[in-house]
Ligand binder design. Structure first.
Ligand code: BDR
Ligand code: CA
Length: 313
């Protein structure tokens, strides 16, 4: 089988950075056509810089990096420096990137790549707010029917939210964009907090990565040490959740995950529950299913996969 063509749409973020590394370490299975960046964890200028830092760390200065939307569709940008630090990628000092930003915007790049490849061959992997993806779908509605699918990190239901009691960060930042994506008719797989809160970093796993002794392993350990402190303080326990790499792991080994094809709607009106992903897990609404809502991961196998792939870089 030829590698699956993907576009990673991202707002790095330490967990985004590890997801990008996992994808770039897996060329037999994944052909990363482009990285498109969006404002989210930090403003666009920083997510763009961080994406290029990660590409250069992975030895891929040739990767096209396209800058996208700097603000949500209808709202003010909310960022998460309280989790990711001032740079968005605190925890390891790396050289400033020298690779260029592409002339093509993220939205144009998504449309161009999806139209350029045969129908059913390009998968979008959003790891941040869905602003770029929704804008592309609005501007070029034909791409919905050409996509192989969208595998995204976002939402939460039984687990509640992480930025408000009801909402997960990526969906909360741009609920109108999430609504457009969920109504698009594209084959959608969602990695909500329900599953990513099972992918908890352990000290043993970090030691295993540190023992690799490579520049990549040093960066990953530095980033994750910094990044997990916030969630450890918040939730207790010994390790923080590694959200975004679940998306890439699902592409590599879907058998590690379990979910249900259900209806998921986005709350856009209520101030109290803005950005909530109302997931009809029990099929009580009569609304048509629109997403494979993932609820379980084999965490030890997920972390084994990640360690094996990071060792390749
Ligand atoms: C999501 O929000 C960001 O802080 C992370 O990078 C992840 O994509 C988790 O809620
Ligand atoms: Ca992210």
């Amino acid at each position: 089988m030829p590698p699956r063509k993907i576009i990673i749409d991202t707002d790095p973020g330490q967990d985004d950075a590890v997801a990008i590394l996992l994808a770039l370490a897996s060329p037999e299975e994944l052909d990363v056509l482009a990285i498109t960046v969006v404002a989210g964890n930090v403003p666009l200028i920083k997510t763009s810089r961080n994406a290029r830092v990660v590409c250069e760390l992975a030895g891929r200065p040739d990767m096209p990096v396209h800058e996208g939307c700097g603000h949500p569709l209808e709202r003010m940008l909310i960022t998460a420096e309280h989790v990711h630090g001032k740079s968005g990628l605190d925890g390891c000092d790396l050289p400033e990137p020298t690779m260029p930003v592409s002339d093509l915007s993220a939205v144009e790049a998504i449309i161009h790549q999806v139209r350029r490849h045969p129908p059913g061959t390009v998968t979008l992997c959003p790891l941040g707010p869905l602003t770029n993806i929704a804008t592309a779908l609005k501007r070029a509605p034909d791409i919905a029917g050409r996509l192989a699918g969208i595998v995204l990190m976002g939402g939460g239901f039984f687990e509640g939210g992480n930025i408000t009691p009801a909402a997960e960060f990526n969906i909360y930042v741009d609920p109108e964009a999430a609504d457009i994506v969920m109504q698009s008719g594209v084959d959608i797989t969602m990695m909500p907090l329900d599953v990513t809160h099972q992918a908890l970093i352990t000290r043993e796993w970090l030691d295993r990565i540190a023992a690799l002794g490579t520049p990549v392993s040093r960066a990953v350990c530095g980033w994750l040490d910094f990044y997990e402190r916030f969630d450890i303080e918040k939730y207790g326990g010994n390790g923080g959740p590694l959200h975004d790499p679940c998306v890439i792991a699902h592409l590599l080994k879907p058998g590690l995950f379990e979910g249900r094809f259900i209806n998921v709607e986005i709350e856009t009106a209520s101030d109290l529950t803005r950005g909530m992903t109302v997931a009809d897990w029990w099929g009580v609404s009569g609304r048509a299913p629109n997403a494979n809502f993932i609820a379980k991961v084999d965490a030890p196998a997920f972390f084994d996969l990640l360690a094996d792939r990071l060792a390749r870089l």
